[in-house]
Structure formats: C-alpha cells, structure tokens
Design a protein around this ligand. Structure first.
Ligand SMILES: [Zn+2]
Length: 242
C-alpha cells in the first residue's frame, strides 16, 4: 500500500550512508518520520526531499521499520530561506514551534499547515524586517488555538477603557490592571502597538511595516513565554534574538 501526502520537511538526520530519516509535517497525517533511501546517489530530486523547509508531495510505502518515501515531487523548495542566515533562523524557529505543537483535531492541524506555508512564503519571497514574520506567525497561531490576544478589550471584564494592558500567563489572555492575576506582565505601550499592528497586517503586507525600534523583539519575548507556558515546552530559538 502506498499513499501520497503533502508535507513540509522539518528536519532530517543522516541514518546510514545512503539513507536519511526525515521529519515531515504533513497535511494528511501530521508529523511523521519517514526514510529516504539512496539519497547519496544520482537521484537529485530525492535529495531535495531531505532539505529543511522543502514543501512537496511525498509518496510513502510501509517498510520494515516505518514508512519509506518512494517518490517525491517538490512543489516549493523555499531555497532562499536556507541561503540567508537571518531568514534561516526565523524559518527554523517556525519549524521548531511546529515540532512542539500537539493538535486536538484534523481541522486545527490543517489550519496550522496552511499558516506555516503562508509564513514560509512571506519569509522567503518578501523583504520583511527581522522577526516580523515570526511574530505574525505566533499571533495567528494563538488565534487558531483559541487563545487570541485581543488588544481591544480586557478579556476578563470586557472594558475597552484602559491605560495599561497586561498579559496574564495563567490564562494566555490580555487583561486590564483590575483583572490581572499575579502571573501577569505589563505590556509596554510600544509592545501593545506592535501587537496591534501585526495582528491587523496580512502576511503579504508585512514588507510595508516599520515598527518602533526594538518593539518586535520585546513582543517576541512575550509571545515565546506565552507559548512556553501554554504548551509546556521550551523553545531554543537559535539566532533569533542576536
Ligand atoms: Zn478587566
């Protein structure tokens, strides 16, 4: 039995000389480890299938120890992400997040799959300032998981009239000073503004943005902490804050 999946390569480990184990994020089956055979040989097309970020159609067949890729069609290599060190760190961070996610439904997984493709596309082809795409990815991700960060009103009392806004790590929501819990952190005005602007800007328009200096990283640190608290995972995020 063989089956075809659409997937993005998260990472790959050389197993033997000629084979590689590849972690895929597939639309149909979520995250799966598969084996690529004979990739050191002449088959250049298959070599692409072990490259991080590569998006394509994989035909899988059951083997003795897991599934083997018998055919691969590259739909988009996102080659430019790996070629540019800043884009690479940001793209790798997106894949690291995906690696840590657990999905509660096929629908949720499919939504995240489309989001990852959209983020990689804008990172790859857009001229976007560092970490804007990663911030936007986080914002959309929280929203997909039902944890939208709403800057318009306090998530507890609903007031829209507040001077100060806090992120409550106990709930992953934004709250006013009267409603915040002891596990809250105040969002500086520039961070709230960056969050608002990024929430309201589509991926395709991120290249037009210029946020106040440093606000993107201040926001990103808060989104990382929120993710780590919500999903009980640590993110390495190599190179992201350098
Ligand atoms: Zn409130």
């Amino acid at each position: 039995m063989s089956e075809k999946v659409e997937a993005i390569v998260i990472k790959s480990n050389d197993r033997k000389e000629k084979d590689a184990n590849v972690l895929l994020f597939s639309l149909e089956k979520g995250k799966i480890w598969v084996t690529l055979k004979g990739i050191k040989g002449q088959n250049a097309k298959m070599k692409l299938a072990q490259r991080m970020f590569c998006f394509g159609e994989f035909v899988l067949q059951d083997g003795k120890s897991g599934q083997i890729v018998t055919s691969f069609e590259c739909l988009e290599s996102f080659f430019e992400i790996a070629e540019d060190v800043e884009k690479y760190f940001e793209g790798a961070a997106i894949l690291e997040i995906v690696e840590k996610l657990r999905f509660s439904s096929d629908y949720e997984r499919a939504q995240v799959f489309m989001l990852v493709l959209k983020a990689l596309k804008s990172l790859c082809f857009g001229e976007i300032r560092k970490n804007y795409t990663l911030n936007k990815f986080f914002i959309e991700l929280f929203s997909l998981f039902g944890m939208k960060l709403n800057t318009q009103k306090c998530s507890v009392c609903g007031t829209r009239a507040f001077d100060r806004l806090f992120i409550d790590y106990a709930t992953g929501e934004l709250a006013c000073v009267a409603c915040k819990s002891f596990r809250s952190e105040e969002l500086p005005k520039t961070t709230v503004s960056a969050l608002k602007i990024l929430t309201n800007t589509e991926f395709e328009k991120l290249s037009t943005l210029k946020l106040s200096a440093g606000s993107e990283n201040a926001l990103l640190k808060i989104l990382v902490k929120n993710f780590e608290t919500r999903f009980d995972e640590k993110l390495k995020f190599i190179g992201v804050f350098d």
